[in-house]
Design a protein around this ligand. Sequence first.
Ligand code: SF4
Length: 405
Amino acid sequence: MSSNAAPAPVTAAPPSVPSALLALYVHVPFCQTRCTYCAFNTYAGMAARIPPYVSALLSEIRLVGSAGGHPPASTLYFGGGTPSQLPAEFVRQIIRACAQSFALDPSAEISFEANPGDADGAYFRALRQAGVNRLSIGMQSAHERELRLFARRHNFDDVRATVQLARQASLPSVNLDLIYGIPGQSMGSWQRSLEAALTLAPDHLSLYSLSIEEGTPLHVRLLSGRMAAPDPDLAADMVEWAAERLSAAGLRQYEISNWAAPGHACQHNVHVWRNEPYLGFGAGAHGCAARVRYENVTSPDDYIARISAQQGTHLFPLSAATATAAALRTAEEMADTMILGLRLTEEGIDPAAFLARFGRELWDVYGSALDRLLAHGLIECSASGAVRLTRRGHLLGNHVFSEFV
Ligand code: SF4
């Protein structure tokens, strides 16, 4: 669909009854420097654009929120990019706009991604005062060699100091992101990184397998032969070891890549994995709500220009920055529900919830795929009848998900 076009009307709406609440995502596409593995929609050297970008964000939030009849929001997530590039006053204004436009509850989970070593105690206190209650820190590794390979600007001392400042600012939930499967990384160096992270007593850990994306400096290095490809078997052993170690440390795995102490699972991401409606604001942000999937223009300059020039009204959930939008078909919504929901390793897919949402029995729709996956030991049925991945299925998630595409 072309820019700003309204989605095709959904003539025969199925009995789809997702949660009444919305999750909100705000994209901050600015970074001080770019990391060698990064394929996100982010830009370095554009700090001067931050004020007009935030003005545009506030306009977009208010415009989309001004459409009547939408549900309130239950969570807000600042992702990027590097949200900690934003002055705290801008963060406060964005949270306020979300609260006013989407009735975001004052006690809602508000997550914020931060780069280690970039912010001081006053910044974190201001974030806390503005309503942020969950900080996600991009630690990635405890080793200088690996951080240099990624062109990260921080070291482990910065991570330690950032966690300490977050705690002193009474931020109640702290996540650390780590990467495994790094070229040249041994099992020993991975174990030392994870043990270093655990010394900081994080409430939540996200462990990501390195994916070397086309067009990134790391990919160029791989193609030129200056770097060996990571060994996928070793990466699988790394995450297997981590799962046991984190379980022993009292962190529960609730998603393929995520572990949390009791009460610290990321509600925003759980909402998205349950395939419930969410709105994305900012350059390159995407969302799915009111049975429309959409994506904004990626360039921050285009985003600012489009929002500044907006005219007339736009159909919820779209804005002047929408680049593509498409009505969601029921078959797609069902497939997304399976692919996203199976990522929730404890919860999985509840057949009763599937029936309530789509008016069809899960096993009638996907019986043959589910039988195949059961036969291969990739999924199981929990005591309550929920369908979820086995441990083997965690490692072969992409194979499982391909059954529903
Ligand atoms: S800090 Fe994050 S978003 Fe920014 S370049 Fe590095 S990996 Fe990409």
